[in-house]
Design a protein around this ligand. Structure first.
Ligand code: HSE
Length: 436
């Protein structure tokens, strides 16, 4: 039987999961492929830790160089994470003629444009399904299942940690800090959890999705990014009372010769499918011109779901191995030469509906002053609620607006912040009615 020989870089949470699948599901995998995927070697700096797996027959090394240059390895799975040394090892593996599979969204988002041409020139594949949406095969759906469509929009809950935090804050009134600790314990969070809660992880995934959806270059640095660390339990409750749930969404849409990409906490209707996606689950809604709305839901983080996506990529590459890979779509869904350098739309031009939370002094004329500024900027209100007075004699004013341009809203908000009666930082969230 044909064998695909795999070398693994990193035996952390996901690496252990990948080794577990390759060892425990060996028979299932060869029955599906008619070929064998063999875990030949694995590298990790800490080989002493018990991972609860029988590594008999697997060469365990503490130097990844031994794997990326080895003659007896056909495919390298990179699960070190981060930019370096992951990037250098992937380049070295490609230079040594090895296919690559990675779960590293940071690497693909930042260095994909260096790696894809290198792989294409050598006739090699790079698989990165696990980089977006954890266990959900959303990249495969976009690249292959929806290949006949011009994509009109992509909306996604793309970070399991944030979704877990927002869900627990709503359901259990748990504190932000405690829930984050729990997410870390469950293996959802990044090594540096600020990547999760500040929206960077979501932005990396959105940049990859957008480039694949619209046939453009990956432009991670252009993604407008806000995280969830300013959201309070009160905001979650206020949104709920108005018929909305707060989700950290990645949003990408084409606008003529530009692409809009933004990541921020977003109000979605309580009746939408997206609002039902809870805990560490991720969801990606992709709309195509022929297929219309499609939605993909599943576990977005954690050892087993992420490892499942990694091994599916390994199996895809194995199915064409060693006689050819032509049956696989190019990694980014478009042949390299046709991927375009499309400009990112300025955030000021994005058209949004808004949730505004102000803490103001409880005195006559404050609401009139605020709404008159909004009127000056031709911003129309959909709803306005005043919350009870707190001990300091301040009140929270919550407003929902109709659609306006971000630049216009920011101009209005900077005037509102200047009002003497406005007490504290203003929180602005955006609302998306088009989310299914
Ligand atoms: N830290 C990521 C998350 C892991 O919470 O979704 C999956 O990329």
């Amino acid at each position: 039987m044909t064998e695909l020989r795999v070398g693994l870089l990193g035996l952390g949470t996901i690496g252990t999961g990948v080794a577990r699948i390759l060892i425990e599901q060996k028979e299932l995998i060869s029955r599906r492929l008619g070929k064998q995927v063999i875990l030949v070697a694995a590298a990790d700096r800490d080989l002493g830790r018990d991972r609860g797996l029988d590594f008999t027959g697997v060469r365990l090394v503490d130097d990844a160089n031994d794997i990326v240059t080895a003659d007896d390895i056909d495919l390298v799975v990179e699960l070190i994470g981060g930019y370096e040394p992951a990037r250098s090892f992937v380049i070295k593996a490609l230079e040594h003629g090895k296919h690559v599979v990675t779960a590293n969204k940071a690497l693909i988002a930042k260095h994909g444009e260096e790696l894809f041409p290198l792989a294409a020139a050598k006739g090699l594949q790079i698989g990165f399904e696990a980089a977006v949406g954890g266990g959900i095969p959303c990249l495969k759906a976009l690249r292959e299942g929806l290949a006949a469509n011009a994509i009109a929009s992509v909306y996604g809950i793309l970070n399991g940690t944030c979704n877990f935090i927002l869900t627990k804050m709503e359901n259990e009134g748990a504190s932000y800090a405690n829930v984050l600790k729990e997410a870390q314990k469950l293996g959802y969070a990044e090594a540096d959890p600020s990547f999760d809660v500040e929206g960077i992880d979501t932005a990396q995934k959105l940049a990859i999705l957008a480039a694949m959806a619209f046939g453009s270059k990956i432009k991670f640095d252009d993604v407008y990014t806000e995280g969830v660390s300013n959201i309070t339990a009160n905001d979650i409750e206020s949104a709920f009372e108005m018929g909305y749930r707060i989700k950290l969404l990645g949003i990408a849409k084409p606008h003529g010769d530009q692409i809009e990409m933004r990541v921020h906490p977003t109000l979605v209707s309580l009746t939408s499918q997206m609002a039902q996606v809870s805990d560490s689950y991720n969801a990606v809604q992709i709309t195509g011109d022929f297929v219309e709305n499609t939605m993909y839901v599943g576990r977005g983080a954690g050892e087993r779901p992420t490892a499942s996506a990694v091994v599916a990529d390994v199996m895809d590459i194995c199915s064409g191995f060693p006689d050819g890979i032509a049956h696989l779509a190019p990694p980014m869904g478009f042949v390299e030469s046709s991927r375009k350098d499309i400009k990112t739309m300025a955030m000021a031009d994005a058209e949004c509906e808004y949730y505004i939370r102000l803490m103001v002094k409880d005195q006559p004329g404050v609401i009139a002053a605020v709404t008159s500024i909004l009127a000056d900027h031709r911003i129309s209100l959909e709803a306005l609620t005043q919350k009870e007075r707190d001990t300091g004699h301040n009140v929270a004013i919550i407003m929902l607006t109709h659609t306006t341009a971000e630049g216009n809203m920011q101009a209005a908000i900077s005037r509102i912040i200047g009002l003497e009666a406005v007490e504290e930082d203003v929180l602005i969230l955006r609302k998306e009615s088009a989310v299914a």
